[in-house]
Design a protein around this ligand. Structure first.
Ligand code: ADP
Ligand code: MG
Length: 611
């Protein structure tokens, strides 16, 4: 049997160090934060070999008194917390008194410091946890810490370090986060004697974003500001065209601290819903300021996760502010020529590009929406509803039953198409695209994507006031499903009922389909139920109800919309085009694909040398 014993102090230190010091970047983060807490205006960071050989951080902050130096590398020694209650109103980046002890335990470190009000300073060294005596030191006010040979005494940890370039990348990231969180600091970063960044205190957030992420990002940012109670949200969000394949460019700061937060990340993505393809991520830089007692930062060893007192309110704030800001912008996919972004998420345009050099000129900024000024008649002219579209003017269920064709549900939705005055000329190409002359330029519409968007919004509006129309089955239809799938579907019975999809448990994995959404017209009801079940089981964790409804609406809109390959009549084309300006976001289908692309009049003139 093994006996119980208390661990020796050097082992304890190494264990603790494992939590906070994972690699050179962790050291840089802790030292930078200490300098900020010391009130520094300027911080210089020098590293060698990705920080493995050397990390030196010099600041002009308040410095440390010589008498305090023996404690600097001691565990749980801090000047930032006095009593337990302080933990719930933390105004500094550090507070655990753990970082320097950890660093001193796994490297050869030295610290030199002088408070501004004192004529001389002092220095102390710490090698693998062993402290030297304190000696006088003559240097400028502030603090200077050198960390050499990280993990020299923990070979296993050292083996986990990556190539110099990778470690440098991590250091740069930490540096970037701090520079964004504290935009008045003068900061420099040097690697192996070469300048990487030199950021004057005068360069504000926007300049910094340009320095770190390039002009491409900087030029397509929308500033944002919102307040909710004592909470202030500020920052920049990027045009959806700047989307990325991962969430790394979603920067979130809380009271000057970079953090990671799944819930707020989700709020951000939700706000971009419909503007991004599935699996693509928005770019955003968001700064939250809130009273220290509204957020608990003491939940993670490196403090990169926090707990909000009212997480839901924060989620709402981020979602609403971002969503609102995006809606202010006209986000029509732009035909960017050459070779740049063709449309969000797409490569340079197939089809519209011709001989090399043909589209050789720079991007032309978008003008407004082709139909932006027309929606005033939206509620009139019921009788004009797309004559050829098979729509009945009966506002009851009958109208919906046929709505799968163009024109959509009529009457109550206030979405009757109003063909704009005669100058709208549209033709169908390849039974898939509509090409349209507008005052701004030549508009190419994806017929399926646009119709899907129109139906989606109609359904959504409808759902807000009522359930969707449903068609009762004369004879309920049994649908056999694997038991687990049947259970999943039955769990969501109420949500499905709101969508007009009625199901009942028949036992043994069989589900009885009693009614189906009228909008689906002649689609076989089984098909839609199976599509819905596929959706439900694809989720490993059930999303919130609003999202289930949203996704299912988009699924139904997709099934009900005209397809690529459907030949449309002139009236159907007119109807589809006319409804375009009645939808909230005519630019993207519910999955985030663009519905239309604009080749501007100016661009045409320029290409044909008419200017
Ligand atoms: P914490 O930051 O959690 O207090 P640290 O181990 O990072 O713990 O630092 C311990 C203490 O050393 C700090 O509380 C602070 O008093 C002092 N200190 C560390 N770095 C600096 C610095 N750059 N300037 C002034 N004081 C510092
Ligand atoms: Mg600290």
């Amino acid at each position: 049997m093994r006996r119980l014993h208390q661990l020796p102090p050097d082992v304890i230190t190494k264990i603790a160090a494992g939590e906070v010091i994972e690699r050179p970047a962790s050291v840089v983060k802790e030292l930078l934060e200490n300098a900020v807490d010391a009130g520094a205006h300027r911080i210089d960071v020098d590293i060698e070999q990705g920080g493995v050989d050397l990390i030196r951080v010099v600041d002009d902050g308040c410095g440390m008194a010589a008498e305090d130096l023996p404690l600097a590398f001691a565990s749980h020694a801090t000047s930032k917390l006095a009593i337990a209650d302080d933990l719930f109103r933390i105004g500094t980046l550090g507070f655990r008194g753990e970082a320097l002890a950890s660093i001193g335990g796994v490297s050869q470190a030295s610290l030199q410091s002088r408070p501004a009000e004192q004529a001389t300073g002092a220095e102390v060294a710490c090698q693998g946890g062993a402290l030297s005596s304190v000696r006088p030191w003559n240097g400028a006010p502030g603090t200077r810490i050198e960390v050499r040979n990280l993990f020299y005494n923990t070979p296993v940890r050292r083996k986990f370090l990556r190539a110099v370039g990778t470690e440098l990348g991590h250091v740069s990231e930490v540096f970037t986060r701090l520079a964004l969180a504290h935009p008045t600091l003068h900061l420099t970063l040097r690697h192996n004697g070469k300048d990487i960044y030199e950021i004057p205190g005068s360069s504000g957030i926007l300049d910094r974003l340009g320095v770190f992420f390039g002009a491409d990002v900087r030029e397509r940012l929308y500033p944002l500001e919102a307040r909710q109670g004592p909470v202030l949200l500020r920052g920049y969000i990027a045009d959806p065209a700047n989307e990325r394949g991962n969430a790394k460019m979603q920067y979130l700061f809380v009271n000057g601290r970079w953090i990671r937060d799944r819930s707020l990340g989700h709020a951000l993505q939700e706000a971009y819903r419909g503007l991004l393809m599935t699996g693509r991520y928005a770019v955003a830089f968001l700064f939250l300021e809130l009273p220290p007692d509204h957020v608990d930062v003491n939940v993670h060893p490196t403090k990169i996760e926090v707990r909000f007192r009212d997480g839901q309110a924060m989620h709402h704030l981020v979602f609403a502010a971002v969503r609102e800001r995006l809606q202010k912008e006209d986000l029509t996919g732009q035909l960017r020529i050459p070779g740049k972004v063709f449309a969000p998420g797409f490569g340079p345009g197939a089809g519209l590009q011709s001989a090399p050099g043909f589209f050789g000129s720079p991007v032309i900024p978008a003008s407004g929406l082709p139909f932006a000024s027309a929606p005033n008649q939206a509620n009139n002219h019921l009788s004009q509803a797309s004559p050829a579209s098979g729509i009945s003017n009966d506002p009851g269920t009958g109208a919906l039953a046929h709505s799968a064709r163009l024109g959509g549900p009529s009457g109550e939705m206030g979405l009757t198409p109003v063909p704009a005055p005669g100058e709208l000329k549209a033709i169908q190409l390849y039974d898939a695209y509509l090409v349209l002359e507008t005052p701004e330029g030549m508009l190419v519409i994806d017929q399926h994507a646009l119709h899907e968007r129109i139906l989606f919004e109609q359904l959504k509006r409808r759902l807000r006031t009522d359930k969707l129309e449903s068609q009762r089955m004369l004879i309920p239809e049994p649908v056999d499903l694997p038991a687990e799938q049947a259970a999943r579907a039955l769990e969501q019975r109420d949500a499905l009922a709101e969508l007009g999809l009625g199901i009942e448990d028949f036992g043994g994995g069989t589900v009885l389909l009693t009614s189906y959404p009228a909008i689906l017209g002649k689609q076989p009801p089984q098909t839609i139920l199976r599509a819905v079940v596929d959706y439900l089981i694809a989720k490993d964790r059930m999303p919130v109800r609003a999202q289930v409804l949203n996704d299912l609406l988009s699924l139904m809109a997709c099934h009900a919309a005209v397809k690529a390959g459907d030949r449309l009549t002139a009236d159907e084309i007119a109807s589809l085009v006319a409804q375009r300006h009645l939808v909230h976001d005519p630019h993207h289908c519910p999955h985030g694909r663009p519905t239309s692309l604009l080749l501007s009049r100016q661009e045409l003139d320029r290409q044909f040398r008419r200017t």
